[in-house]
Design a protein around this ligand. Structure first.
Ligand code: AP5
Ligand code: MG
Length: 216
């Protein structure tokens, strides 16, 4: 099963993709995570992407499509993949179709996480992750059980994303409305879109997604 998780910054794409990975063995393909890794490693792609990401803009279609194409060639994607943060423009959606045809793969669902925009800035600016294992937390909605100790690996080091400040979040939201939301009709025409209430708590959002995946 291959799916796209679509939704604005803070909608819960990464949270739900990680759950699907843990519970169904699917593979999360997050272009945001891949680009952040490239920035950290100061690769040529990372050097180009850094400034764009810090202002909340979109990295070029060529770069992200190239990254996804390479990732789709790795054997683990045969377990089923979750595209998280890709495609994000009409050009990326068209390129994805070409790639999938070339690689003899297909999409089963495009799941849109519907959220009330007023709460998104709060979700994003309150977010932090374990610096060692990457488990996600939130200042109010999901704190570690033992304060300042990761529930999963016991690390006491946490980090926040450079683009998780109020100003950049506004820019990311604007990009979502201008360039990403318009790709929904493309997938609606293919009969692939299902919508989930992303305002429900994390477990309920997860149940709703599982129900869509299990319907087939
Ligand atoms: P990316 O990393 O994809 O960021 P984003 O789309 O802005 O989305 P986020 O990761 O902020 O949100 P999310 O939906 O994953 O929410 P999460 O699960 O963490 O992209 C970053 C940048 O990279 C872009 O701005 C761009 O520059 C570049 N880029 C990436 N892909 C690109 C592409 N294809 N083309 C061009 N450029 C690209 O949840 C957020 C918080 O809320 C967490 O703390 C979580 O615990 C909490 N939470 C989640 N669900 C719930 C819930 N149901 N109830 C309560 N709290 C919840
Ligand atoms: Mg994410």
């Amino acid at each position: 099963m291959n799916i796209i998780l679509l939704g604005p910054p803070g909608a819960g794409k990464g949270t739900q993709a990680a759950k699907l990975e843990a519970e169904r063995g699917m593979v999360q393909l997050s272009t945001g995570d891949m680009l952040r890794a490239a920035v950290k490693a100061a690769t040529p792609v990372g050097l180009q992407a850094k400034a764009v990401m810090e202002t909340g803009g979109l990295v070029s279609d060529e770069i992200v499509t190239g990254i996804i194409s390479e990732r789709l060639d790795q054997p683990d994607v045969a377990k089923g993949f979750i595209l998280d943060g890709f495609p994000r423009t009409e050009a990326q959606a068209a390129s994805l179709d070409t790639l999938l045809t070339e690689k003899n793969m297909k999409l089963d669902h495009v799941i849109e996480l519907e959220v009330d925009e007023a709460i998104l800035a709060d979700r994003v600016t309150g977010r932090f992750t374990c610096a060692k294992c990457g488990t996600g937390y939130h200042d109010r909605y999901k704190l570690p059980v033992v304060p300042d100790v990761c529930d999963v690996c016991g690390s006491t080091e946490f980090k926040r994303r450079a683009d998780d400040n109020a100003e950049t979040v506004r820019a990311r939201m604007a990009e979502y409305h201008a360039k990403t939301a318009p790709i929904l009709p493309y997938y609606e025409a293919k009969g692939l879109v299902a919508r989930v209430d992303g305002m429900a708590d994390i477990a309920h959002v997860s149940e709703a997604i599982e129900a869509i995946l299990d319907k087939r």
